[in-house]
Design a protein around this ligand. Sequence first.
Ligand SMILES: C[S@@+](CC[C@H](N)C(=O)[O-])C[C@H]1O[C@@H](n2cnc3c(N)ncnc32)[C@H](O)[C@@H]1O
Length: 235
Amino acid sequence: MNYRKLETRNPAAIREMFSRIAPRYDFLNHLLSFNIDRHWRKRVCRRLDDILENPAAVVLDLACGTGDLSIELKNVGKAKIFGVDFCHPMLQLAMQKTDSVPFIEGDGLNLPFEDLCFDAVTIAFGLRNFADWELGLRESYRVLKPFGRLVVLEFSTPVVPGFKQVFDFYFNKILPFVGGFLSRSMEAYAYLPRSVSHFPDQDGLKRMMEHVGFSKVEYENLTGGIAAVHCAWKL
Ligand SMILES: C[S@@+](CC[C@H](N)C(=O)[O-])C[C@H]1O[C@@H](n2cnc3c(N)ncnc32)[C@H](O)[C@@H]1O
């Protein structure tokens, strides 16, 4: 695996990396996050309670991977959920989990949907991996209906002094080793902290969303800012 290419978020390299780790992705997600990732995904659903309650609403879970957020969105409400990802092996695992969510192979930078067709778009731990973050946000904006909502869950910058140092040690030293060893892909779990360090922090992502045209952008820090959930409206 070519680190330089990964650092510039070469889409083919990213897809190949997720193809390789797909079989162990869920297991490692839950293990390395001490299961906190499940709680974080529920926070995304909370941001969409009203939309999810509506049986006529249509929600896109972009970069859905193995489908955990898509399934959570489906289970808490009555809305129609679609999952999209460009990595076939990840989608195959998603399809094995449920047949109540259509999973579609597609690129988040060139979505296979017309303008104005979704009431909400979610992206969990996906945007950071896009070759072009702004373009990913623009595509989400394009497919959202007026008054539609975007919710992005992503790793972010811990805000609690002391905790930040402990977390940085875990995230940069322990996680890459354990994740790399168990996934048999040292590159993928070395890439994870590096990609987070290159990604904008909470306020940087908020500004990027505003720049793309989203309104009323707000965010909530999760677990001391390890992750953040950003919520934005297309008005
Ligand atoms: C870390 S996983 C997150 C999966 C899932 N959302 C979750 O919460 O576990 C990142 C996903 O983003 C997908 N991805 C990255 N770039 C993409 C793109 N341009 N279009 C669609 N999916 C993309 C990858 O294939 C991968 O499945």
